[in-house]
Write a protein that binds this ligand. Structure first.
Ligand code: SAM
Length: 339
């Protein structure tokens, strides 16, 4: 579908990426995301009737693509716990206009699913892994899940052609700082790009404190002191991670500095929650009820008009404003070359 109808928001940002949460459920209980205290046995997850079905998701994606979206990422919750996900991948892979169709997963079910996902037409996966020792990783995922099975998932994804693989690691002060060098060492020279993410104040009651954030600049310095790094110019507007390359040619790492150096000015991402709320900012507390529209019988034209109006009215720059108010952390320098 052509993008002559590309829509810009009030800050002239196009809508390029759509992140779709296909389920609110997860088999991990990472303290920074779905802590056990808030997501225990009594937690009321969404009943299936409230979750968008694949027809509904496909319609929203088609409308978003007609407005300029080119990258679609399936996420969650844990997307691989959604039954029949390959069927959704298959439909999206067949849609004209999507240049990048990816999935973010904790990797726990990936070894068994990688081939089917690749055959359905998924382009790539991003795998989250916060440590390489079972003690730390088990404490972070809070279900005692072993590292080896995530590594098996990564290997299976690579073998199935779902690379180049990115690996997300959230670093929390006092919990897994040692994983910075462990992960860098393990994946240097393998073609897997590790992206270190600053612990963010998102979601429910994750007990966020600024003191727990390990600034991206510190991650870069730590790695560069061991294996010197040089900054790489961003490949495109809106790139989330700042990339650094190893001077010895062993590949790249990325840092996602949402707290110390937010990138709202370049944010081109919309997010669709499992129950069909469209959010124009990761930190937004209220979304736009696209499910109500879909279920009220709106045709594709009305759906596209509604998405266009939502995006055209977008003025979010939450992280930047918040950072101006509260955060004084070291910034990463694009010219940084460690020694
Ligand atoms: N379950 C999948 C996974 O683990 O990748 C997909 C969903 S998860 C919410 C997507 C990514 O968000 C993961 O890489 C996770 O580490 C990251 N994330 C979740 N909460 C975060 C937080 N408070 N700060 C920074 N990153 C966070």
């Amino acid at each position: 579908m052509a993008s002559q109808m590309t829509v810009l928001d009030t800050l002239q940002r196009p809508m390029r990426d759509l992140r779709i949460s296909v389920t609110d459920r997860c088999n991990f209980r990472c303290g920074y995301c779905m802590p056990r205290e808030a997501f225990g046995p009594d937690h009321a997850f969404l009943p299936s009737a409230e979750i968008l079905d694949f027809d509904e998701i496909e319609r929203v994606v088609r409308a978003a693509v007609s407005l300029g979206v080119r990258k679609v990422r399936l996420t969650g919750g844990e997307p691989l716990v959604r039954r029949g996900l390959d069927g959704l991948v298959d439909r999206l892979a067949a849609m004209d206009g999507i240049e990048d169709l990816t999935l973010t997963t904790n990797g726990s079910l990936l070894a068994a699913r990688a081939v089917a996902l690749a055959e359905a037409g998924l382009h790539r996966v991003t795998v989250s892994l916060d440590a390489l020792d079972d003690e730390t990783f088990g404490r972070m995922n809070d279900v005692g899940f072993p590292v080896a099975r995530v590594l098996e998932g990564i290997a299976a994804a690579e073998a199935a052609g779902l690379g180049p693989i990115k690996l997300n690691a959230v670093i929390r002060r006092g919990l897994n700082e040692h994983a910075i060098l462990d992960l860098a060492e393990q994946f240097r020279g393998t073609g897997v790009t590790v992206r270190f993410i600053e612990f963010m104040d998102v979601g429910h009651t994750n007990g966020w404190r600024l003191d727990d954030v390990v600034p991206a600049a510190e991650v870069v310095e730590t790695i560069s002191a061991r294996w010197p790094l040089a900054a790489v110019e961003p490949a495109y507007r809106g790139e989330v991670a700042r990339q650094y390359r190893y001077l010895d040619g062993a590949g790249e790492i990325g840092v996602i500095s949402s707290v110390s150096q937010p990138f709202c000015g370049d944010c081109t991402r919309a997010r669709l929650s499992a129950d069909g709320q469209l959010f124009t900012c990761l930190f937004a507390t209220a979304g736009h009820d696209v499910r109500a529209l879909l279920r009220s019988g709106a045709d594709d034209r009305a759906l596209t008009d509604a998405l266009r109006a939502i995006w055209a009215g977008r003025d979010d720059r939450y992280s930047e404003l918040r950072t101006l108010e509260t955060v004084d952390l070291p910034k990463v320098e694009m010219s940084y070359i460690g020694g």
